[in-house]
Design a protein around this ligand. Sequence first.
Ligand code: GCU
Length: 652
Amino acid sequence: MKTFVIALLAVLAWPLSGVAGAAPATAAAAAAQPAAQTAADFRPADSRSTDLRPPDLRPQFLLTGAPSRDSQDLSGQWTYSKDLYRTGLTDINGWVAKSRMQRYRDVDVAAEEARATTDFYEFDMDRAPQVSIPGAWNAATPAMRHYDGLVWFQRKFKSPAPDGGRAFLRFEAVNYRAYVYLNGKEIGRHEGGFTPFVLEVTGALRGGENRLTVGVDSTHDAQSIPTFITDWDLYGGITRPVRLIRTPATFIDDATLALKADGRIAGEVRLQGEKAAGQRVTVAIGTLASATATTDANGRAVFDIKAPAKLERWSPDTPVLYDVRFAAAGDTVSDRMGFRTIAVQGSQILLNGKPLFLRGISLHEEEFGPNPARNMTEQASRALLTEIRQGLGANYVRLSHYPHSETTLRLADEMGLLVWSEIPVYWTVDWENPAVLRKALAMQAETIYRDRNRAAVVMWSVGNETPVSPARTAFHGAMADNVRALDPTRLVSAALLVERGKENGEDVTVIKDPLVDKLDVLAVNTYAGWYGNDTLDALPGLKWQVPADRPLILSEFGADALAGYRNDGMKKFTEEYQAEYYRKTLAMADRIPTLRGMSPWILKDFQSPRREHPVFQNGWNRKGLVSETGVRKQAFGVLAEYYRGKAAAAGK
Ligand code: GCU
């Protein structure tokens, strides 16, 4: 019995985060698995120490520059099989699932049934219904609209026989846990709904037809990031593209460059493979500059070159991108990169050394339309970002509350939108649990490794509206330390809660959060005039008491309005109320001396199961400046006019 118990615990021990190696195929193998990391492996760094970081958080494979590689796009029609009782993973008593339920088996069920043996199956992925991938299942059929659990997806694809090189599957995002099998073999797993992961399939890929099966579990719990409590929709599924990528035996796994404050361009290239050491690596920045270096014993080559005199700095007004090409060991990758610097100086935010006001808006990853599937195609993303850049005259977007699609990040580079990036440490997570901290740090690392070549990204946020406590502040402190260790070139912020107090009998809004000592830019969410009992007329007179030595952003403010609900006085949910709320809140904002930007909540109405007023909401959070179909509300014009004034004052 003892062995059984160990096996059960080991099989159920989900890898802590990121991509684990192949999971155990049998209970016995599971029992042999190394014990899951324990609390002793690492503790949240307290606000004073910065050396208690977990072991290296670099994923096993990155394949940076993947979009520049030849790849097989596996988007399209996949079959799917619901598995609400998780029979494909574990049997009723926790043992390994019955083979007749193992959706990932490399079996032609119809052919087997035609042989009329004693075997039988309780699935058939070949004759299962189809769904378009990428895209969340909630938009696929009414029956799947609120399904929250495990679903198996499968597609077959043809591939040339292995050629001595290496083969990888790169998933851009699977929400929330992924179990990946190729031709019946478990390849790996991943936890986290918004970051890419790369699994090597060199040994499992075969010439001819391959059967790829992915179990996707959308359920969140008290130890997931985010937990099961959010203000956005479920969106379970393979929500971003999946590609088969083949590389030479020794290949470029990572390649990054950045412009430093000292005017030099620094970065590194990392090779993987038997011949990774001692390789000559070249990098070329357009036609402006090139450099060479040699990889060390670990396959790492470091660059540090003087920026070319003709290098144009990237900015919203001049979003200049260069084709940067990396070559080594017969492999090449390229990336379109901008070069700029971002810093804070006193209460100013400096872009390329010049003060900046962030004219922004917040955005969820949800395309225009009445039934979004979080399928952020380039066209869908361009539609949203164009409304922000051109419609509002913004130069900044808060990509809330999780890492958005690479497509959106690359469009922000192209269109000149500065980006606030965050992982969904949102409202509350299990602050005391080291395994949860490990997940957060790994999710941050996956995001940073993916996006650190994007000039548009200027801020990494470590949390949103989290209740102050010693454990929470230590957790965020470890996240801030992690960001600075992984990427010292960008700013660190967090969307904090504010408190209302009294000073000399006057009502003041204050930030009482010990986390501010770890942040470069302070950011607060404020909803006076929507939540609470402030009248709109009281807003311009509200006093703020904030640190004078740090820039402040209003990371959120907003009010609901149902598009078209007008001419009913100043009632909440009318367009008139929302417009007047913006006028009065902007008047309040103008009185905050250290205010350096804002990202009002939010560009577009978005789906949220929290919002169920049968007349005004029906499952939509209505704080958008435009409706889910893109109809602009009156408040849209109020903010656009305010940003025109800000741009004119800055001489834009
Ligand atoms: C919060 C939260 C958002 C939420 C918004 C709202 O500040 O950060 O995710 O949607 O308020 O209440 O609409």
